[in-house]
Write a protein that binds this ligand. Structure first.
Ligand code: ZN
Ligand code: ZN
Length: 431
């Protein structure tokens, strides 16, 4: 990822953390920026950004290079790496800001910030402004409103509605003395605040990493890994492989049809059923295809019976670019083995993807290639879209049956099928 995104990550680092900070804190920022870019790419909402290379400071590049393609993951997905300038003593739970619980955004204490006087601030706000923001009106009847708790409290009025006595910071003062001391024109007075002073501590929303705290910790010999694990709960650092970030299957709709289901088990033996294997392969395919940017549609995602006509309706409704129907085969001879792919007459897309699948299964998993064949498969014919009907192996062959029982084999099969589709669409992210 870095080769292509090195400058963009370094630019964001330069923009978002001061270069005076400790290199380990800047490295945290590099990993945060890389994670957020990676996440936006995975989600398909990455936007190219113009920037000036001269804005990048040297330590930012150093931090990008030294963090070796690392991103922050939680449960195998890149996290949404929130950070802020200074928490003021503790970070926040995600619920506080986002109204949703995010397991890796838990409030933690940040001792360094408790001591940090620099993050304390005073803001005076006009009462008028407060009134207009919150759309309320303090009574204009000043002569009768006479209490500001603990500061000024009118203790009594004369018959002429003058302040007789007033408590000023708990000191009883005669109204006349008070008004004279303040040069008021009369002791017939009322009062209201015109400004309210707010005291704040910390800068930013308080979610995720606190940059100030990270910097102080770095100065105390914490490395980036320890710092990130402090501010993000239960995360892993994961090293990205080199990977082409233009999602190759973006805008492609792929329909996955897991054969059989529910009362229709398909072929079975003592170890496996066709309905189970086809669903497992399908769900793996879905996961991997979506990672490549495809929109995936399913005829079923659980063990349920879906009749053929309903499947065809679903496919027509989704109007996919490609349909993949997953099945197993059976022979009365145990020795027969291998995978085959059937495409509808004249469907060259189906033919080419089918051939890719079979040759990749052969080359990478040594599954016998029984060839891609033309055929009148009902679901291909009726749905009217390009596609292939795959029979991934023989349930009647003891070796293949044993293999199909193994989840790692299923995963590898799915990987090869996705690879084959990517090959067809002219892009390959797996090399
Ligand atoms: Zn802090
Ligand atoms: Zn079948």
């Amino acid at each position: 990822m870095d080769r292509k995104f090195r400058n963009l990550i370094a630019y964001k680092v330069s923009k978002n953390i001061p270069q005076e900070f400790h290199i380990q804190a800047i490295m945290c920022q590099a990993i945060i920026e890389r994670t957020n870019i990676f996440r936006s790419i995975s989600d398909g909402d990455f936007k190219k950004e113009e920037f000036n290379i001269e804005d990048i400071y040297d330590k930012a590049l150093e931090a990008v290079d030294n963090t070796h393609n690392l991103v922050i993951m939680f449960n195998d997905s890149p996290i949404c790496a929130y950070y802020h300038i200074c928490c003021g003593g503790s970070t926040e739970n995600s619920e506080y800001l986002l109204n949703t619980k995010i397991d890796y955004l838990r409030g933690i204490t940040c001792e360094e910030c408790m001591k940090n006087k620099e993050s304390e601030n005073i803001v005076d706000v006009d009462l008028e402004e407060l009134e207009s923001i919150f759309k309320f009106k303090i009574s204009q009847n000043l002569m009768n409103e006479y209490s500001i708790n603990n500061m000024l409290k009118v203790l009594g009025k004369t018959n002429g509605n003058r302040v007789e006595n007033i408590l000023v910071f708990n000191e009883k003062v005669k109204g006349s003395v008070f008004s004279e001391s303040l040069n008021l024109d009369s002791s017939r007075f009322g009062f209201r605040p015109i400004k309210i002073r707010f005291y704040t501590k910390g800068i930013g929303h308080g979610l995720g990493l606190c940059q100030y705290g990270a910097n102080e910790k770095a100065k105390n010999n914490w490395n980036y890994e320890k710092i990130l694990n402090h501010y993000y709960t239960n995360i892993n650092l994961y090293k990205l492989d080199n990977f082409n970030l233009d999602l190759p299957l973006k805008n492609k709709k792929i329909f996955l049809d897991a054969g059989h289901g529910g009362e229709d088990c398909g072929y079975t033996n003592d170890l496996i059923t066709e309905k189970e294997v086809s669903l497992k392969v399908t769900m793996k395919l879905k996961e991997k295809l979506e990672k490549s940017g495809a929109s995936v549609y399913l005829s079923r995602s659980i063990d349920e019976y879906v009749c053929l006509d309903k499947r065809i309706k679903m496919i027509k409704k989704a109007n996919p670019d490609f349909l993949l129907s997953i099945h197993l085969n059976k022979s009365k001879f145990e020795g027969v083995s291998g995978a085959e792919a059937i495409y509808y007459w004249g469907d060259t897309n189906g033919k080419l993807i089918g051939e890719n699948i079979l040759s990749n299964l052969k080359n990478n998993m040594n599954i016998k290639n029984r060839g891609a064949k033309e055929g009148r498969i009902y679901i291909l014919k009726e749905s009217g879209c390009n596609g292939v009907y795959c029979e991934l192996g023989y349930i009647s062959n003891p070796v293949e049956s044993k293999l199909l029982e193994d989840d790692d084999v299923i995963d590898k099969m799915a990987e090869n099928i996705v690879y084959s589709i990517l090959e067809y669409y002219g892009n390959n992210i797996l090399t």
